[in-house]
Design a protein around this ligand. Structure first.
Ligand code: 8IG
Length: 281
């Protein structure tokens, strides 16, 4: 196999874990940081956090990393950064910041969706922080509200896991990490994240359904990534930014521009929040 074929996630003969290994090796070489402790995936609105966490040691174009593709979504950062973070008692942590993710709606299957998380695991990461922009089901959660993900419901009818991989998902979003986030901001609410495939937003009826079965948030990313993180043995912190009221909750139709706007407006505040949380991990 050529190097390109060897790292082709769409080839069923290729193991996604081998591609993740190759990606982690590339990151170690390109950043000069052998292993990382924490990884953060930046979703819509969260892009400004990396610099606030600590010193940017290295920044590499994500598309040069085996298995990574150009981001499909406007407003996402296409680089992977290694940040040196000093904790409160002076201990050093290496944080890998993934500036973009692959979504299920891109139609490339589940492997690219899980690849960032698997790469982080191969790079040594034990704590995976997944951030996103999403729709909120509660009228009291205005655009800009950050919510800690307590659990998720997947409406994707798929899994990032292959074969008979029976993985328990109890406590998927680690209570310990939610407690830690609340040490930074005690007002942070918790919610259940419902993942839909997208890329269309839900119908109002689908949003009502999601609410009836226990969802507080609707989005298109984090759930499947969290499952892959659990498979890899990592602890997960899920942070959602409500950028819009979900369809039918809001009196006005949704637009991607509105989502970007809300993300931009909330950016400085939530970036600061995320940086402070990461410094505590
Ligand atoms: I940003 O309202 C964002 N992402 N499924 N629904 C879904 N995903 C979203 C939404 C939303 N807003």
């Amino acid at each position: 196999m050529t190097s390109a074929t060897k790292h082709d996630l769409s080839n069923p003969a290729v193991s996604p874990f081998d591609v993740a290994r190759a990606a982690a090796d590339h990151i170690a070489k390109a950043t000069g940081v052998a292993t990382h402790d924490v990884a953060v995936t930046l979703g819509s609105g969260w892009g400004g956090a990396a610099e606030l966490m600590g010193e940017v040691v290295a920044e590499i174009p994500s598309e040069e990393i085996p298995g990574f593709a150009k981001p499909a979504v406007e407003g996402h950062v296409a680089t992977t950064r290694s940040i040196r973070v000093e904790g409160a008692s002076g201990e050093v942590r290496h944080v890998l910041v993934l500036g973009s993710r692959t979504h299920l709606y891109e139609g490339r299957g589940v492997r690219p969706v899980a690849h960032g998380v698997r790469t982080a695991a191969a790079a040594g990461v034990k704590t995976m922080v997944l951030t996103n922009g999403c729709g909120g089901l509660h009228i009291s959660w205005r655009p800009g509200q950050v919510v800690l993900i307590r659990d998720h419901i997947s409406f994707t009818a798929t899994s990032p896991l292959e074969g008979a991989t029976f993985v328990d998902l109890t406590g998927l979003y680690a209570p310990r990490l939610r407690d830690l986030a609340r040490e930074v901001d005690p007002t942070l609410p918790e919610g259940v994240y419902a993942q839909f495939r997208g890329p269309h937003y839900e119908t109002p009826a689908e949003v009502r359904m999601a609410g009836i079965v226990g969802a507080d948030l609707v989005g298109m990313s984090t759930g499947l990534e969290a499952i892959a993180a659990r498979e890899a043995g990592m602890d997960v912190l899920g942070l959602s930014l409500v950028t819009n009221l979900a369809a039918g909750i809001s009196p006005t139709p949704l637009s991607h521009e509105e989502v970007i706007e809300a993300g931009t407006a909330a950016g400085p505040v939530i970036s600061n929040l995320l940086a402070q949380i990461v410094q505590k991990i």
